[in-house]
Design a protein around this ligand. Structure first.
Ligand code: ZN
Length: 288
């Protein structure tokens, strides 16, 4: 595991630092976490309540990124990451999936190492080899992040959960949080054919309230594109997101067969950029 990332990880039971030996990570109190053969560690304090995206959904994501169908989103995230003035610390990708965004950001930020966090083992397996300067863990972001307070300089949250208190804790003062949320017309052409869950509102509008006073929103940009996709790629786009959990492969394939061989699909998201406020008068309330 990259030393800078290892230094940012903590034991999920007691928050102590972790040391690595040949096959595991361990804290001074003797809590031990096996390193999987594929190179990721599972840092959890209780059995996972949910298993996250299964392998077929991760494969769909990789095909979508491989075909550059979300290239506009990628480009915007990387540009924001490159432009950010960062304090010391790692890059962390929450809900990282196969680590596609993290790898692109690490390419743009050669001064940084990165941590991919996902609850899915299939995702963690892929993310473990997404980049030389990346490490990968399985963790439940709703059960506390096994990450040291103030150790993250840049946090990526792309179509992912946002545990506000933990984000405020782990991002260093002056650090950047990039959040990508879908707009209501994201993948609009696929919503009917694939019976996708609706994006009820512009989620970005409520982010400043939800993230609380620890973060200041410094920019909010719409990222829009229209991409031409084959029917199979439409199925990949439909099945890689939250709707992928309620659509089985048969339903996706059946819906794809009804589509024309090629069609245009709208990509529409918001990229919000937040900066972690400097802590005034002691950090007591923010330490864990
Ligand atoms: Zn421990």
């Amino acid at each position: 595991m990259h030393p800078a990332v290892l230094a940012a990880l903590v034991c999920p039971h007691d928050g102590q630092g972790l040391q690595q030996d040949a096959r595991s990570l361990a804290c001074a109190a003797g809590h031990r976490f096996d390193l999987a053969r594929q190179g990721y560690a599972t840092l959890i304090r209780r059995p996972l309540a949910h298993s996250g995206d299964p392998a077929p959904m991760i494969e769909r994501r990789l095909r979508v990124h491989g075909a550059d169908l979300l290239g506009a989103v990628h480009t915007a995230v990387v540009a924001a990451a490159r432009a950010a003035a960062l304090p010391p610390g790692i890059v962390c990708d929450l809900g990282a999936g196969p680590g596609t965004y993290l790898a692109a950001v690490l390419d743009a930020r050669e001064d940084r190492a990165g941590l991919a966090i996902d609850v899915s083992k299939a995702a963690a397996r892929r993310a473990a080899r997404c980049h030389q300067r990346a490490a990968s863990i399985v963790a439940d972001v709703w059960d506390g992040l096994p990450v040291a307070t103030g150790s993250v300089a840049l946090l990526l949250d792309v179509f992912a959960p946002r545990p506000a208190e933990e984000l405020a804790r782990v991002v260093a003062p002056g650090g950047t949080l990039l959040v990508v949320t879908p707009l209501p017309d994201h993948l609009a052409e696929l919503r009917g054919p694939f019976d996708l869950l609706d994006v009820a509102e512009d989620k970005a509008a409520s982010l400043p309230d939800r993230l609380g006073p620890a973060f200041t929103e410094v920019a909010r940009d719409r990222v829009e594109d229209v991409v031409e996709v084959r029917a199979s790629q439409a199925a990949d786009l439909a099945g890689m997101g939250p709707s992928g959990h309620h659509l089985d492969v048969g339903a996706l394939e059946a819906a794809a067969r009804e589509l024309p061989a090629a069609s245009e699909v709208r990509v529409a998201v918001t990229l919000s950029r937040f900066v972690r406020r400097e802590v005034r008068g002691g950090a007591g309330s923010l330490t864990r």
